[in-house]
Ligand binder design. Sequence first.
Ligand SMILES: [Zn+2]
Length: 299
Amino acid sequence: MAVNCAAGGGAVGSLPCGDCGPCRRIAAGSHPDVLVLEPAGKEFRIDQVRELCRELALKPYEGRHRVALIAGAERLNPHAANALLKVLEEPPERTLIVLTAPQAADLLPTIVSRCRQLRFKPIAARHLAAILERAHGVPAAEAEAVADTAGGSVTRALAMLRQGWPEKRRRLLAELPELAGGPPLRALLLAASVSRARSEAEEVLGLVASWVRDLAFAAEGVAHLVNRDVRGEIAEAAGRLPGDFAPRAWEALQRAERRLAANVQPRAVLEALFLELAAAGSLPARSGAGAVNPSGNPG
Ligand SMILES: [Zn+2]
């Protein structure tokens, strides 16, 4: 965006406006001079790389610069990497080739030696929300919610949108207050409905964390909540659940994160977490001044 922005002038170090035609087309993935290459399956095929080299030999269509993004370059096998060497060594004029990888050590040394290394920082949640809103037409509340969970990555945010995350999030946020203090069966059914993939389980943990944080903040009267669109429901739950629900839920979440990182099955992780949330919501308050116990147990 910075090198093709119509407003920024393309000067070294200038930031893209995010609003002009080229910026919007780049953010929407429809700019003809921004080529994104992703692996076909587990690895890049050599003909994908050859096709890219052929395209790069042509002049840019409309941009001042052409940009080729090779996303996940750690999945270039040696043949595909070798096919890329020549164009990396002598890139066509006005062409930027960007290879992303978790770390340089994941790439062949012959590739690394032909590149300059840059560290890409995660994008701040509010900037990410603005990108989703302006370039992708995502409603503000949804954009903020996705940005909060996407870990600063546009790619991840867009994947979450494609996979219907806003809808899943709404459903989970409606379900969580019922789950806390509810019957165990409810917890098991909820786990069964969301836990197909590890990445989805991670997103669910992120969402539960934001909900628990909001509950704790709401109980203390803090106005700034992450899930602002369900502020009323969160305030209601904060008033109803035992005073020590949030710290107990937080401990359960940390256990769940450790278990997911240790490769325990996502569904088993979520079942245990939701059962703990159900139990924590039905315990008599230990210290919650003003908290109302919904379960009717003598407290
Ligand atoms: Zn611009």
